[in-house]
Design a protein around this ligand. Structure first.
Ligand code: FES
Length: 83
């Protein structure tokens, strides 16, 4: 699966090909591991909703979505306003 991250503020994009080792983490953790500063005030408990991002135009709570729940072989566009 391919994730393309678009920072709306900077209009920059980065793409990642997701491998098997990546599937055990949630989307927020994955993006942070790649150096993207995803906002959070509840440390991934799913309470603060500061980590909400757009995935294929749908708002999701990124700490609550594990990569293994996404469809293998699909392409996902992630948009973050403040990046
Ligand atoms: S980090 Fe708080 S809801 Fe995701």
């Amino acid at each position: 699966m391919k994730l393309t991250l678009l920072g709306r503020a900077s209009q920059s994009s980065t793409s990642y090909e997701i491998q098997g080792d990546d599937l055990s983490v949630n989307l927020m953790s994955f993006l942070r591991s790649k150096g993207h500063p995803i906002a959070s005030a509840c440390y991934g408990e799913g309470v603060c909703k500061k980590c909400c991002i757009l995935v294929n135009k749908e708002e999701i709570i990124s700490c609550q979505i594990h990569l293994n729940s996404l469809t293998m072989g699909a392409n996902y566009l992630i948009e973050i306003e403040y990046l």
